[in-house]
Write a protein that binds this ligand. Structure first.
Ligand code: HEM
Length: 169
């Protein structure tokens, strides 16, 4: 019979999974690599996120898209107090970004009933604007846990900050 025994194949698979997780690269006794690249991310409740709506001059400005909280302070001309997109900040504005709408009713995480085109546009802006331009500082609590406290299975590790597949292999 050609090829490795099933047991060996399993070990090989486990090794690949471990490599993908960056464990051997971090080495024994060393800090995990993501921790070296920036401050740790945190979870935001709606109330916490609401503190970062750009009202105070020296406070960072945060907003969430798809449950990922971005520090958009460097885009003050868009998001600062009195700026055109200030309404998007201090909350998860996924629906507004998907529909390109600043209607207060659309400034929510709720994507119910969005069209395929709007969802595509959302992913495009998420990737090409937010992930490309702004540091990730955390996730909304809602992104990680469902309302009943069970884990949200849609949470994907590729969205971890600083994740770069090229560094992992
Ligand atoms: C007449 C209507 C609008 C015009 C002329 C307009 C124009 C623009 C322009 C020129 C930019 C690019 C700026 C740059 O990269 O330097 C931009 C970015 C953007 N626009 Fe609009 N916009 C309009 C309405 C809206 C609305 C209603 C939304 C609602 C969500 C929106 C959301 C955004 C977002 C999220 C960005 C990216 C900002 C960033 O880079 O962080 N826009 N817009």
């Amino acid at each position: 019979m050609a090829g490795p025994a099933p047991g060996r194949r399993l070990v090989a698979l486990a090794l690949i999974v471990a490599l993908a997780a960056g464990l051997p690269a971090a080495g024994v006794g060393q800090a995990p690599r993501p921790a070296e690249r920036g401050p740790p991310v945190r979870l935001f409740t709606e109330e916490e996120l609401a503190r970062y709506g750009g009202e105070e001059e020296d406070q960072p400005i945060y907003m969430a898209v798809k449950g990922v909280v971005f520090d958009v302070t460097s885009g003050k001309e868009f998001y600062g107090r009195g700026a055109p997109y200030n309404a998007l900040t201090g909350k998860d504005s996924t629906r507004g970004v998907a529909k390109m709408s600043l209607d207060p009713a659309d400034l929510t995480y709720d994507t119910t009933g969005l069209t395929a085109e709007e969802l595509e546009s959302l992913d495009d802006v998420f990737t090409r604007v937010y992930k490309a331009k702004y540091p990730i500082v955390g996730y909304t609590a809602r992104r990680i846990l469902n309302e009943d406290g069970s884990p949200n299975l849609d949470f994907k590790p590729e969205d971890q900050p600083h994740f770069d597949i090229k560094d992992e292999f």
